[in-house]
Design a protein around this ligand. Structure first.
Ligand code: FES
Ligand code: FES
Length: 170
């Protein structure tokens, strides 16, 4: 088995928000640090750095994952999406982001990127997601603003819109 020198950086290639990336990372570097410090994608926030708060949630191969519990080297060959991927045009919000704005789901905004990435994954996988599904997905996010109610309303509205788009005459 090839051994990697712990003190050196090693190449890590993966897809990031639809683009192929070839970065370099030491074995111990976290994905959250690679994204923020090496690749400049500061939309992924870091709170507890222990996998508890959910602020750093990104999607790896379509599933929500804690960037603070993932080593950069672990995403070799994977498809990683961060909050920056939600809208291809920074001036235009995605339907989920727009619903957060309409329903005041942003709160102070620190936890918002992670919450959006969890809910985006949920709505892609289960467009029919209801209140209980949404609450269950939110249970992995600890937020000091509390007030999850507006976030749930925003997610429900986005799910409804998504269903209408998929079945325009429903
Ligand atoms: S910063 Fe990763 S879960 Fe809190
Ligand atoms: S949005 Fe979570 S602490 Fe404010």
């Amino acid at each position: 088995m090839p051994r990697m020198n712990a003190a050196r950086k090693h190449p890590v290639d993966f897809t990031l928000n639809g683009r192929t990336v070839l970065a370099e990372a030491e074995n111990r570097m976290l994905l959250s640090d690679l994204l923020r410090h090496e690749l400049g994608l500061t939309g992924t926030h870091v709170g507890c750095e222990h996998g508890v708060c959910g602020a750093c949630t990104v999607q790896i191969d379509g599933k929500p994952a804690r960037a603070c519990l993932t080593l950069a080297q672990q995403v070799r060959g994977s498809d990683v999406r961060t909050v920056e991927a939600l809208s291809p045009d920074p001036a235009v919000l995605s339907p989920l982001q727009a619903a957060f704005r309409r329903h005041h789901g942003l709160q102070c905004g620190f936890c918002t990127p992670g919450i959006l990435m969890s809910l985006d994954a949920l709505l892609r996988e289960r467009p029919g997601a209801g209140r209980e599904d949404i609450r269950e997905h939110l249970s992995g996010h600890l937020c000091r603003c509390t007030g999850y109610a507006t976030i749930v309303e925003a997610a429900l509205a986005a799910a409804e819109e998504q269903r209408k788009e998929e079945k325009p005459n429903a």
